[in-house]
Design a protein around this ligand. Structure first.
Ligand code: NAD
Length: 362
């Protein structure tokens, strides 16, 4: 039976980059036997303009029914003054919550062809291939009690609570170990076990889960050291697994090692491998409509979708090799352009990937 993919273009450059990713999907369906059915719906600001809500019920129902969701990006200045309950970002958070997407996978891959785009020395980052697995629905972002309260003295006090159950830690660690088995078979669990009891438990559970994966080498690192090591010698890492807060910070740090926000995909998965896939960047209102946005992060998000939700690793590799081949040809959108290459726009980049795929040169 065909796998159902829900396409959510969103706002800003979202529709432009998603259009190119859909071309790639169509190519895989028409020429490489990928059995998929696609539907499209509104989310974010576009949905608010249409129906007054950033996550309409019709969109949520389609997302719940789909095997995987591809999202462009949401948000933009047009909707910034709206009440927080109906801002575009609520659509995204609503989808994550309703779909139970507890595992956020953020690869930081630096194609050797783009090593000059990083702010770090190319020998430090060339060939970088890290995957950060971030817990997405628990930890200090959701723990109770929380808020700002006024003490008897009249002084105000803000508080948030870091809380994880053993089962929450167990399931995110299993995601990391399962993925490590398909990669370099190394997991680094990042915590602050020397100070935070909650992450002492995190470490204990990580070790217990690791016992079920004897082929995977498990190491532990305090988050402050992990931040330092990511910048000092990032290629030492294969898979990193960590809490919501630490993962939020470390994954942005790792992403920027590659120097190109337009190249990085992400996946958010539920307990059964169903997922939402999106580029890590936002809706880039500053370049929306100008035809220069880089669609490769979205196209690479498709590759993640094929690998993690549709059990189509061979098709995923086709996409990744095609992207690499296009970079080999010297084709660059402005965000990754360096002297000596050819500057092209969004549509030409999508066409180039499809052309390489179709040429069967890969
Ligand atoms: P952004 O990621 O949209 O843009 C940051 C910079 O990177 C901009 O200069 C932009 O032009 C550039 N850029 C981003 N994607 C690019 C691409 N594919 N090709 C070339 N250049 C690219 O971040 P921002 O400007 O802070 O946020 C803009 C809007 O996006 C805000 O409304 C924000 O809330 C929203 N946002 C949405 C998501 C999401 O949908 N997941 C994530 C982050 C931000």
């Amino acid at each position: 039976m065909s796998k159902k993919i829900l396409i959510l273009p969103g706002d800003g450059i979202g529709p432009e980059i998603v259009r190119e990713a859909v071309k790639v999907l169509n190519c895989l369906r028409d020429h490489f036997g990928l059995d998929i059915a696609m539907e499209e719906a509104l989310v974010g600001g576009a949905a608010f303009d249409d129906s007054g809500h950033p996550l309409p019920k019709a969109t949520l129902d389609l997302a719940l029914d789909a095997d995987a969701v591809l999202l462009g990006a949401v948000g933009g200045p047009k909707w910034e003054s709206l009440d927080i309950s109906v801002r575009p970002e609520k659509g995204l958070l609503g989808l994550r919550g309703e779909l139970g997407l507890f595992a956020n996978l953020r690869p930081a891959i630096l194609y050797p062809q783009l090593a000059a785009a990083s702010t770090l020395r190319s020998d430090v980052v060339s060939g970088l291939d890290i995957l950060i697995v971030r817990e997405l629905t628990g930890g200090i972002y959701f723990g109770q009690p929380r808020g700002v309260e006024t003490l008897a003295s009249g002084e105000r006090r803000g508080l948030n609570t870091l809380v994880y159950t053993e089962s929450e830690i167990d399931r995110i660690c299993r995601v990391a170990f399962d993925i490590a088995m398909k990669r370099g078979k190394r997991v680094c669990s990042v915590d602050k076990a020397n100070v935070l009891e909650c992450t002492e438990l995190w470490r204990e559970v990580a070790i217990r889960v690791g016992g079920d994966y004897p082929q995977v080498e498990l190491s532990h690192m305090y988050v402050d050291n992990a931040a330092m090591q990511l910048v000092r010698a990032p290629k030492q890492f294969d898979v990193m697994v960590t809490t919501n807060l630490f993962g939020d910070i470390l994954s942005d740090c790792a992403a920027m090692l590659t120097g190109s926000i337009g190249m990085l995909p992400s996946a958010s998965l539920d307990a059964d491998g169903k997922g939402m896939y999106e580029p890590i960047h936002g809706s880039a209102p500053d370049i929306a409509g100008t035809g220069v946005a880089n669609p490769l992060a979205t196209i690479l998000s498709l590759a993640m979708m094929l690998r993690y939700s549709l059990d189509a690793g061979v098709q995923a590799e086709r996409i990744e090799k095609a992207v690499s081949a296009v970079l080999d040809q010297g084709l660059r959108t402005p965000d990754i352009f360096t002297e000596g290459n050819e500057k092209i726009g969004t549509v030409q980049m999508g066409d180039a990937v499809v052309s390489v795929l179709r040429s069967a040169a890969i």
